[in-house]
Design a protein around this ligand. Structure first.
Ligand code: DAH
Length: 348
């Protein structure tokens, strides 16, 4: 009997020694120490022994049981420790390692151009305003000296909104940013020095035109404003935005809301204004950039100002076109700006 118990212990410890994981340990434990396990079997057998013999063997068996249980306990402990070590290794985090940065991208080239134009005018005291992008006919045409049936309106191929007319006429998608002029005069007193950059819409689409584009409109009103102020401002913008070697030129033109009116040209960055080079980008060394002029007395009146007391100048140019005239841009089709082709957009 004694040797049977001894044998059980030796076998159990030998098996225990080989075990390295929790599952097998549990199996062995039930097999040896469980309610229906081998040790209990032996204990049951012991009941058949004579009293004094049973006492001796019983004591021996209990000691053995104690030492087997102890061995199992130690094994359990060491498996637990190993599991912990393994987990620490697997789940290890280097808190000092640099993080994973998400691919944040950058703003669209036109958004960049808008910010740069705004910044350029800010430096000489202009503040930004935002006139409505969908506005009344009154602000877009009527108040700008273009009454109801005036043929000059045809130059702005306007989208009208299918909505009831109000006191100020129909609702339109603004075809230019000049609608800011009377809005501003209604809300501020001179000296006025503002820039309005916004989306504009016209029924047009080809390599030089888009149905949706952007314009920036400058408006300055004060006492004693002259064409010199207009020229100085435009020259400053050209040299700051395009570069110090660029020149400007004013050509007489006609707009209903300015008198006199001009087309503004900027010397070409490709041929440096040299007409003899027959540059393919410009016309005789000049690029046409947009309109400008001295604010018409009727527009001042519409804004509640006395043209005898105040004078001012205004200019309105396309953002896309202006941006495309920057040196090295080489964009030959305006529509590429809104194709959302990342190969294009990522170059900026
Ligand atoms: N609004 C005009 C256009 O869209 C451009 C323009 C011309 C704006 C002369 C002005 C200006 O402020 O004085 O073609």
């Amino acid at each position: 009997m004694k040797s049977k118990i001894q044998q059980l212990k030796d076998e159990a410890l030998a098996l225990l020694d080989k075990i390295t994981d929790r599952e097998n340990l549990e199996v062995l434990k039930t097999d040896v120490l469980g309610r229906k396990g081998k040790l209990n079997e032996l204990m049951k057998e012991m009941m058949t022994l004579a009293d004094d013999e049973r006492k001796v063997i019983g004591q021996f068996a209990n000691e053995l049981k104690g030492s087997i249980e102890h061995a199992f306990g130690e094994k359990e402990q060491s498996i637990f420790q190993q599991e912990e070590l393994r987990r620490a290794e697997d789940e290890w985090i280097d808190v000092t390692a640099p993080g994973n940065f998400s691919d944040a991208g950058h703003v669209h080239p036109i958004t960049q151009a808008i910010a740069e134009i705004e910044e350029t005018f800010k430096k000489i005291g202009f503040t930004s305003v935002r006139a409505p992008e969908i506005d009344w006919d009154y602000y877009v045409f009527e108040s700008l000296n273009m009454p109801g049936d005036h043929p000059a309106r045809d130059d702005w191929e306007t989208f009208f909104v299918d909505a009831p007319e109000g006191e100020k006429g129909k609702i339109v998608l603004t075809p230019h940013t000049s609608n800011a002029q009377v809005h501003v005069m209604e809300s501020q007193k001179p000296p006025i020095r503002v820039i309005n950059i916004n989306r504009t819409y016209r029924r047009q689409a080809d390599i030089r035109h888009l149905p949706m584009f952007h314009q920036f409109e400058g408006l300055v009103i004060d006492r004693g404003m002259t064409i010199s102020n207009l020229k100085g401002t435009i020259d400053y913008f050209a040299k700051t935005y395009f570069g110090p070697t660029r020149e400007i030129r004013l050509r007489p033109h006609h707009f209903r809301f300015t008198e006199p009116s001009f087309e503004v040209d900027i010397s070409c960055g490709m041929c440096n204004g040299d007409a003899s080079l027959n540059c393919r980008l410009c016309k005789g060394g000049w690029l046409e950039i947009g309109g400008a002029g001295m604010v018409h007395p009727n527009v001042l009146k519409a804004g509640g100002l006395d043209p005898e007391e105040f004078s001012g100048f205004a200019f309105g140019w396309g953002v896309e076109r202006t941006m495309m005239m920057k040196e090295g841009m080489n964009i030959d089709d305006i529509r590429v700006l809104y194709k959302n082709d990342l190969r294009f957009v990522r170059q900026f």
